[in-house]
Design a binder for this molecule. Structure first.
Ligand code: NAD
Length: 362
């Protein structure tokens, strides 16, 4: 066994079918009594159900969570939370809603006091398991600028994984969100801080999501598929929270933050190409990914998993403009960060060009 360092994060995880019925007990366990339920506009009905379970422990619902955590939305929700004297958020939804709950924890923190967080994830993005928050604010030219920070203040106190609430995630979003999760695990396998704990979770996560995607595509209510996918989301999200990410996440952050590309879809399109880019310099990690997926070639296996299950596989179909490829490559190659393969602008541009056209990796 090679020497390693591993920082375990505190987390209470409750996983199963129908677990959201336990939200009231969890809130009381945290010593809280004034909850604000958070959702996106699309999931307000799911939020109302949680509010009903909480009964008089819920003081309100805020249903305007928005992708990339814009600061103006956070300010509006924070004002609401203060007005209602909220001590806990219950975020019901994907990374966008969980991001808002994290932002409320961060901006309300005063010494040890802060708004606590119970999260009920309904996608596979994995934000619930990380001490990371990305926030978007307009820069001085009025352009959105996304900044990310890592602080334990935003790590949710409780994760309630209720598989029932994932049954409504449309099949196409299931595939892209699942591949978003797999991306965390793939980069954890080649991370500088890779260690036996995260690597083992990464393999379990890739295996679970890899086998769940075809099952859910065929039958969105597949019990095995849905429970494996949500377990995989936790395993992969835990990897994201524990070790540093590399070229793949940097590219997706650039495409999302500077070009407004959709989060999970962009991860889906870029991942096979990022794996192909790093493959010669991360042979063991990439062979591990292939084994976990049950394929000979990891990059091709990931490409086929998306394409064969109806997900997008080119930046072009996501609306990216060909003339922006060069600028995206520039941004991604600029600030240095650890990555198995050297970061060379010409090669990154080729990677992005292949992703733009949706070329199957060789
Ligand atoms: P999302 O939360 O924006 O959800 C996408 C859409 O799907 C929303 O309209 C949502 O209401 C809907 N939806 C979610 N679950 C559903 C369900 N079960 N049934 C029906 N509709 C459902 O998308 P996402 O990909 O989960 O999250 C993306 C955001 O999360 C991005 O802003 C990203 O930066 C952030 N993120 C952060 C971290 C972190 O560690 N900080 C990790 C991953 C993602």
């Amino acid at each position: 066994m090679k020497p390693f360092t591993y920082n375990a994060l505190p987390a209470r995880v409750v996983f199963g079918w129908g677990t959201s019925a336990q939200v009231k007990d969890e809130l009381q366990r945290l010593g809280c009594s004034r909850a604000l339920v958070l959702t996106t506009p699309q999931q307000s009905e799911a939020g109302e159900k949680i509010k009903a379970i909480l009964g008089d422990l819920a003081v309100g619902i805020y249903s305007n969570a928005t992708m990339h955590t814009p600061i103006n939305v956070t300010q509006e929700a924070l004002a609401r939370a203060k007005e209602l004297n909220v001590d806990c958020c219950v975020s019901v939804g994907g990374g966008s809603t969980i991001g808002l709950g994290k932002a409320l924890a961060l901006h309300s923190a005063d010494g040890d006091a802060k708004i606590k967080n119970i999260v009920i994830p309904t996608t596979y993005a994995g934000s619930e398991a990380t001490p990371i928050i990305g926030q978007t604010e307009n820069d001085k030219d009025g352009k959105p600028l996304k900044t990310t920070q890592k602080t334990l203040k935003v790590l949710p106190e409780v994760i309630l994984y209720d598989i029932d609430l994932t049954l409504s995630l449309p099949p196409k979003m299931t595939v892209t969100s699942g591949l978003n999760a797999i991306a965390h695990a793939v980069e954890a396998l080649w991370a500088v801080e890779a260690n036996p704990i995260t690597s083992s979770l990464a393999v379990q996560g890739i295996e679970a999501i890899g086998r769940s995607i075809p099952l859910i595509s065929k039958d969105p209510s597949s019990r095995d598929g849905r429970s494996d996918a949500l377990f995989g989301a936790w395993a992969c999200g835990t990897c994201l929270g524990a070790v540093g990410m590399a070229l793949h996440h940097k590219l997706c952050h650039t495409l999302g933050g500077s070009f407004g590309m959709p989060h999970a879809e962009t991860h889906t399109v870029i991942l096979p190409h990022a794996v192909a880019y790093n493959a010669p310099f991360a042979e063991v990690a990439v062979a591990t990914v292939a084994r976990a997926l049950g394929v000979d070639n990891a990059a091709q296996g990931l490409f086929d998993l998306a394409k064969d299950n109806g997900a997008p596989y080119s930046l072009k179909e996501l609306g990216f403009k060909e003339e922006d490829l060069e600028r995206a490559a520039d941004i991604a190659a600029k600030a240095p960060y650890p990555n198995p393969a050297p970061l060379e602008k010409a090669k990154i541009l080729q990677l992005l060009t292949n992703a733009f056209h949706g070329t199957r990796p060789e």
